[in-house]
Ligand binder design. Structure first.
Ligand code: ADP
Ligand code: ASP
Ligand code: MG
Length: 451
């Protein structure tokens, strides 16, 4: 008989202080958690990465101040939770590692991506140590064990954005967690971090704890994956941008995945891929209001609205390539994508006409001057920056007559730079000037999702 295995993930705000940790611990108990994946305490990853930057700039005082800040905030939680001697020593060791790494970077005035990952990983290593204690205080009848996720989260050595090796992860989980779900023990582990085959610590990219939890859930063939955050589920748009956004009770995997990829920060863009592969239902809820409901992500939902939600992605670049050589020719797009591939740049949205092709990329990749240079050897290159990509997510959205007209009506005077419609039945997206992105989103939300 297969046993149920529940994986719960808690983000930074759910780990913010002792009170938040205890509230999250109670959710673990109420929801019969078997494996709990935690993020660093709120703000800590940013501070750790700032230490690396300050170290590179030789800003010794600021770097030291940050080290002290991080230490103090964790010591406060440790005292409030009554951390035992053994765990306190383990925490002190992590502080030692923090001080050494900061000093090393300051001395060298250099932070390699490997050093940055080792530093950033300390946030999750500290929070998990504290959260194990919080859970032990609440789950008094169960054994609560700490798992160093690096034993199982095998990745490549692409530091800062390491790619998981899913087969290895599954095998390592079977080795290190053979009885998970069979007894009442609860494991607490770290999101965001992993390890290469040679034993170097890696990270999966910012916000990567959601992804970690999904990968671990896949490795375990978990029954459910619950993502606990600071909002009551996935909303029709980011509630911070639009106060009238409302929580969506049910959404399909495909819609939620599009939403995540196209900018809804509530889920890391890659989170849903492992859950989809392993067909694990996903729930998103608020650790502040665990009884307020949330969003279930499922294969099928009862309704399939034309527009379910919308998201925006800031700092987009638009690359327009044109050449008369494209006219009635084949192989041009192949040449272009070869260049993107060589420069390891991912393209988000794309449209083509007879002699030109336009595509959006994250503006950060435009810092790589090789891309523009290589492309300009092939054709004329025009680059625009500071744009915002707005995506409307729903069903059959690519062939609904009149939708574009309603969108333009709602946008009024806001100018649209590029439209991409047709490739996905779940996504209709377009670019606007960065300064108008949020206003465009609010207008569309009002027109399509507030009645
Ligand atoms: P965590 O630290 O728990 O991972 P994040 O800050 O990464 O939390 O994600 C939660 C935030 O995502 C919310 O506070 C909200 O502002 C933002 N967000 C963006 N789009 C959406 C959306 N469509 N629904 C809900 N939240 C969203
Ligand atoms: N702590 C990491 C970050 O802030 C990972 C996460 O929270 O998901 O990016
Ligand atoms: Mg997050």
């Amino acid at each position: 008989m297969s046993v149920s295995k529940n994986v719960l993930k808690f983000g930074g705000t759910s780990m913010a202080d002792a009170k938040a940790m205890l509230r999250s611990a109670q959710i673990c108990l109420d929801h019969h958690a078997h494996l709990v994946v935690v993020s660093a305490t709120s703000g800590t990853t940013n501070q750790l990465l700032e230490i690396a930057s300050m170290g590179e700039q030789g800003q010794r005082d600021r770097a030291h101040a940050l080290v002290v800040l991080i230490k103090n905030k964790h010591i406060l939680i440790a005292h409030e939770l009554g951390l035992g001697e053994v765990e306190m020593n383990a925490l002190e060791n992590l502080f030692g590692e923090l001080a050494t790494l900061a000093e090393g970077i300051l001395l060298m005035r250099e932070a390699s991506s490997r050093a940055r990952d080792r530093l950033a990983a300390l946030g999750e290593r500290m929070s998990s140590l504290l959260f194990r204690q919080a859970l032990a205080l609440v789950a008094t009848k169960q054994e609560v064990r700490l798992l160093d996720v690096r034993k199982v989260m095998r990745t490549d050595d692409n530091f800062g954005q390491a790619r998981p090796m899913t087969d290895d992860i599954r095998k390592l989980m079977a080795t290190h967690l053979p009885t998970l779900g069979e007894d009442s023990a609860i494991y607490v582990t770290q999101g965001f971090i992993g390890e290469t085959e040679d034993g170097f610590t890696t990270t999966l990219g910012r916000g990567g704890s959601d992804y970690s939890a999904a990968l671990l859930a896949e490795g375990l063939e978990a029954s459910v994956l619950e993502i606990w955050t600071d909002v009551t589920g996935i909303a029709t748009t980011d509630p911070r941008l639009c106060p009238k956004a409302r929580s969506i009770p049910e959404i399909t995997f495909k819609e939620a995945a599009e939403l995540a990829v196209f900018g809804a920060k509530v889920l890391h863009p890659t989170t849903l891929a492992p859950a989809m592969r392993a067909r694990i239902p996903v729930f998103v809820g608020s650790s502040y209001e665990p009884k307020a409901g949330g969003t279930w992500i499922r294969w099928q939902t009862e309704d399939a609205p034309l527009v379910r939600a919308m998201a925006l992605r800031k700092n987009q670049g638009l690359i327009t390539l044109s050449t008369p050589k494209m006219l009635n020719q084949y192989g041009f797009l192949y040449e272009i994508f070869k260049i993107f591939n060589q420069n390891q740049v991912s393209v988000d949205a794309i449209t083509t006409s007879e002699i030109s092709v336009a595509m959006t990329v994250d503006a950060s990749v435009l810092a790589n001057k090789n891309l523009a240079r290589d492309l300009s050897e092939l054709c004329e290159v025009k680059i625009e920056q500071s744009l915002t990509l707005i995506s409307m997510i729903g069903n059959n959205i690519n062939h609904t007559a009149g939708l574009a007209l309603s969108i333009f009506e709602a946008l009024g005077s806001i100018n649209v730079r590029m439209i991409c419609q047709g490739a996905s039945i779940h996504n209709f997206c377009f670019l606007v000037e960065g300064t108008q992105g949020e206003e465009a989103l609010r207008r569309l939300h009002k027109a399509f999702l507030e009645n």
